[in-house]
Write a protein that binds this ligand. Structure first.
Ligand SMILES: Cc1ncc(COP(=O)(O)O)c(C=O)c1O
Length: 382
């Protein structure tokens, strides 16, 4: 099967899996134990944390291992909001965030926080003017994703950081789940985010691994309480093998980031040109201003699941706009936010590339798609 669904999840690298198995076999002791085996496990954990901290340009004690992007996002939202009520109750986010942010702020709204949503334009990008107008003295949290998982729009994080930090005391949280390892993601003083969420399974590490990282010590209420592990911020015996595997995958991704990006750019351009052959049967949701490793488009009048099944029969795996909305029948909130024409709302396909994608996969997709369009639409490439 040709796998072009890397924004949903990636296949773990062989060497990352080997590391995971080895740490499980040899260094399975609890890193909080004071015997020698525990100390060794703790040293491995510390090394993994140092490596991640270095990549993110922060101190090791600001890196907390979590079970993934959802947990990191929930922690960022609840943890900062509940720690900041003395400063205000105003929260800003965007209408195109991942549900792990949107559902969390919805819950806060029920608790009495005031939540406002920034709109996006047809390119999926927020307006800095709107941000300027909406950030207030009593804003306590602004949560803006770096790269949108459904169509690849990149948000202007640096410019947003400048506005947020100059107009308020709010913490700036960035969901970097779809950008880490592919774009430059790190702390940069006041010119960048305060909190970052990262997920392991999007960078060829294991599912159930991730990181929340802080620019510096902030007041934040722990989200999972218990034995006080992870500097008291995330209780529970630390999953050392996941953490070590995460650090390895992170290093591999960052080391080859530029070369991978160039590869994705070639494929994005190639596929955009290819799709032009289908004329007005296709509507592109991804723009050339977005990331090159996500390409979302819609086929007129067809349902996403029909296209996905037909492509699967032809040997190619892709998603509808997002893996989590693909099982739901309602149009995704991102597609709604982009004001996509009615005819194109249902048939959204998302192709997403990863470090293991090859040129042959792209060629295979083109062959399969042509076959599917012929079959479903009687369409012949001109
Ligand atoms: C932008 C974004 N944020 C958060 C998440 C959630 O990450 P996880 O699956 O690790 O919980 C995802 C996963 O699809 C995502 O794409």
């Amino acid at each position: 099967m040709i796998y072009l669904d890397n924004a949903a999840t990636t296949k773990p690298h062989k060497e990352v899996l080997d590391t995971f198995v080895q740490v499980n076999e040899l260094y399975y002791a609890n890193p909080a134990s004071i015997h020698e085996a525990g100390v060794t496990a703790n040293q491995l954990l510390a090394r993994a944390r140092d490596q991640v901290a270095q990549i993110l340009n922060t101190e090791a004690k600001e890196v907390v291992f979590t079970a993934g992007g959802t947990e990191s996002n929930n922690f960022a939202v609840f943890g900062t909001a509940h720690a900041s009520t003395h400063k205000g109750k105003h929260i800003l986010t965007t209408e195109v965030e991942h549900p792990s942010v949107l559902e969390a702020v919805k819950r806060l709204a029920k608790e009495g926080f005031e939540v406002e949503y920034l709109t996006v334009d047809a390119k999926g990008v927020i307006s800095l003017e709107e941000l300027k107008q909406k950030v207030r003295k009593d804003t306590i949290l602004v949560s803006i994703m770096h790269v949108n998982n459904e169509m690849g729009a990149i948000q202007p994080i640096e410019e947003a950081a400048h506005i947020i930090h100059s107009q308020s005391r709010a913490l700036f949280h960035v969901d970097a789940v779809q950008s880490f390892g592919k774009l430059q993601v790190s702390f940069n003083g006041e010119a960048g985010p305060d909190i970052l969420s990262i997920s392991g399974h999007k960078i060829h590490a294991l599912k159930g691994s991730g990181v929340i990282a802080f620019r510096k010590p902030f007041s934040i209420v722990p989200y999972i309480v218990g034995g006080g592990q992870e500097f008291g911020l995330r209780s529970g015996t630390v999953a050392v093998p996941q953490a070590v595997a995460f650090a390895k995958a992170a290093r591999l991704a960052v080391e080859s980031m530029d070369a991978q990006y160039k590869k994705y750019e070639v494929w994005q351009t190639e596929l955009r040109t290819y799709l032009q052959h289908f004329g007005n049967e296709i509507h592109l949701l991804s723009t050339e201003f977005g990331v090159p490793y996500i390409l979302s488009f819609s086929v007129r009048g067809l349902k996403g699941e029909i296209l996905i099944n037909a492509l699967q029969k032809a040997g190619v795996i892709v998603s509808t706009s997002s893996a989590c909305s693909s099982k739901q029948t309602k149009t995704s909130h991102v597609v709604e936010a982009l004001h996509v024409e009615q005819d194109f709302k249902k048939g959204v396909l998302r192709l997403s590339f990863g470090m293991q994608t090859t040129e042959a996969d792209i060629a295979a997709f083109k062959g399969a798609f042509e076959q599917v369009m012929k079959q479903l639409k009687g369409e012949v490439v001109g």
